[in-house]
Design a binder for this molecule. Structure first.
Ligand SMILES: Cc1cc2nc3c(=O)[nH]c(=O)nc-3n(C[C@H](O)[C@H](O)[C@H](O)COP(=O)(O)OP(=O)(O)OC[C@H]3O[C@@H](n4cnc5c(N)ncnc54)[C@H](O)[C@@H]3O)c2cc1C
Length: 503
């Protein structure tokens, strides 16, 4: 049975016999996901508006203080540009912190990975603005006092209260941005980069005192001071709540414990956990949590792993105990599962997890879930370990028989992890399944299909892909080829949902 399914690449399995292909919807905005999709697009637009508005507001603080009218000569113009650069740079830093704060509004609109991608994009501009701020003010103040910029910088450091902290802050920002450059980051373990990155909080804390104690813009009694204070407090509170309090609360609430570790293939295993109130996490299939296994040598490492099965709640117990009132007093036990490929020392350690190990969690995060659906048809394309979140999504995302297609890619049948479970789900739910196994193509253009697929393209497997939500998870280079193929088959950006396992 199994060998027959995996016999040839591109073999179609799992569709109920005689089932006609799903009709193509002409108008994708009509359907059960239309309103959800519109809301998500609206939220995304609102985020863009909020971003530009905050930047405009930062500059308006200075204009409303009569900043423009104070420019009478070159010295004042240089100083003014320096102040504006500082305001804009610091505003971008606040935005970066908010993008990394895992705000549910941001996560639900664009997903965690896109929020972080944008966070990264703001890194260099904010640093350049802060550098310009320091440099232009040293030049501007120096011109006013007849000093060269270096002497002026030294004078500022020595004579102006809190200014030395601002210099320390600038040095820390430089360290954070430089260690985050891809070329530099790849040379160090993730944990090194992460701990240097935490210095951002110290950099912000050391930048703040001089903003309130030097210069008149944020002087006591001004409304500008209140605006800026509010921005600091809101950003700090969001970080404390969503990055610290919420994860602690989720960990205590769900009381997750490792039940067993099941080996699937060399270096690939599933970690099954039990916990309480997991019904609250239902619909999370395909989303990811950040996991911390509280065992010696592991507790200090946190790893993002997607769910490979929808959270399940055990049915109520039948028997003498069922006569006790069940409502709310005793939360029911449930189970959760992740599937891991050991890609490094940290993930390899997890294979030796013992039953009973306590687990701390943050999440669920991301929109690799039903929350991103916009259309009735759905296509799921996975490769290697990237197949596993699709297994969870397939389990719970709504579709009618004939409306879903699943394409699994691996160099051999053994690499189609959880393939049997997926086949069973496809049969049960009426989804079309393709197993695409075999070595890669030598094609210099790069294709995501096996060499044996020849000139076959995505649209040959899914003719109506232009009217479907497409979920893609697998190695970056492979996923890029799938995305390109999906686009050339008519799928638009908003229909493509891609979970990255690397960063
Ligand atoms: C959203 C998301 C979902 C993921 N889901 C799964 C999954 O379901 N199954 C699975 O096997 N893998 C998944 N991964 C990948 C997994 O998190 C990494 O392979 C794992 O953290 C590697 O840790 P390590 O200490 O073994 O490896 P290292 O030697 O530290 O690194 C190996 C690779 O993992 C990356 N990495 C390490 N730590 C992290 C981290 N905290 N965040 C992001 N990348 C990291 C490194 O950049 C490197 O590419 C997911 C990653 C992300 C970002």
């Amino acid at each position: 049975m199994k060998s027959q399914l995996l016999a040839s690449p591109g073999q179609r399995v799992g569709t109920p016999e005689g089932q006609p292909p799903a009709p193509t919807r002409r108008n994708p905005t009509v359907g059960r996901f239309a309103a959800q999709h519109r809301r998500r697009m609206f939220r995304t637009d609102m985020l863009t508006v909020a971003l530009w508005a905050s930047l405009a507001a930062a500059l308006a603080l200075w204009l409303a203080d009569g900043g423009a009218s104070s420019i009478g000569n070159v010295t004042q113009a240089v100083t003014a540009v320096g102040i504006l650069a500082g305001l804009a740079g610091m505003d971008l830093v606040f935005l970066m912190l908010l993008l990394a704060a895992r705000l549910p509004f941001v996560d639900g609109a664009v997903g965690h990975d896109r929020a972080l991608e944008f966070h990264r994009k703001l890194g260099k501009p904010s640093l350049y603005l802060l550098l310009a701020h320091g440099l232009l003010l040293a030049i501007g103040y120096g011109m006013a006092e007849g000093l060269d910029p270096v002497s002026e910088a030294i004078a500022l450091w020595v004579l102006v209260p809190d200014m030395w902290l601002a210099f320390v802050s600038l040095a820390l920002f430089i360290a954070v941005v430089v260690t985050s450059l891809v070329a530099v980051r790849r040379r160090f373990p993730y944990e090194f980069w992460y701990f240097v990155h935490l210095l951002t909080y110290v950099a912000v804390a050391t930048a703040l005192p001089h903003q309130f104690s030097v210069g008149g813009l944020f002087a006591e009694g001004t409304w500008q001071r209140w605006y800026w204070l509010l921005l600091c407090i809101a950003t700090g509170s969001a970080l404390a709540w969503f990055r610290v309090a919420q994860p602690l609360m989720a960990t205590f609430r769900h009381q997750l414990t490792v039940r067993r570790v099941v080996r699937l293939a060399p270096g690939v295993f599933s970690v099954e956990m039990s916990g309480l109130r997991l019904n609250e996490l239902s619909g999370s299939g395909g989303r990811f949590f950040v996991w911390r296994f509280l065992a010696p040598g592991m507790w200090w490492q946190a790893h993002p792993f997607s769910l490979s099965a929808e959270p399940k709640v055990a049915p109520p117990q039948v028997g003498p105990s069922s006569t006790l009132p069940s409502s709310g007093f005793m939360p029911r036990q449930g189970s959760l599962r992740i599937t891991v490929r050991n890609l490094g020392a940290g993930s390899a350690l997890l294979a030796s997890l013992r039953p009973g190990t306590k687990v701390a969690i943050e999440g669920p995060y991301g929109v690799f879930s039903t929350a991103a659906r916009s259309r009735e048809r759905v296509v799921m394309i996975g490769a290697g370990i990237g197949i596993t979140p699709l297994r969870a999504l397939l389990e719970s995302t709504p579709f009618s028989p004939g409306q879903a297609t699943v394409l699994l890619r691996g160099s051999s049948a053994d690499e189609l992890f959880l393939g049997d479970e997926i086949l069973e789900l496809c049969r049960k739910r009426g989804a079309t399944l393709f197993h695409l196994t075999g070595p890669r193509s030598e094609n210099p253009q790069g294709t995501w299909l096996p060499a044996s697929a020849g000139t076959t393209r995505l649209r040959d497997y899914v003719p109506d892909i232009g009217d479907a939500d497409v979920y893609i998870c697998g190695p970056s280079a492979w996923a890029r080829n799938v995305l390109a193929d999906a686009k050339s088959a008519g799928a638009r950006e908003e229909q493509l949902h891609y979970e990255r396992f690397d960063w």
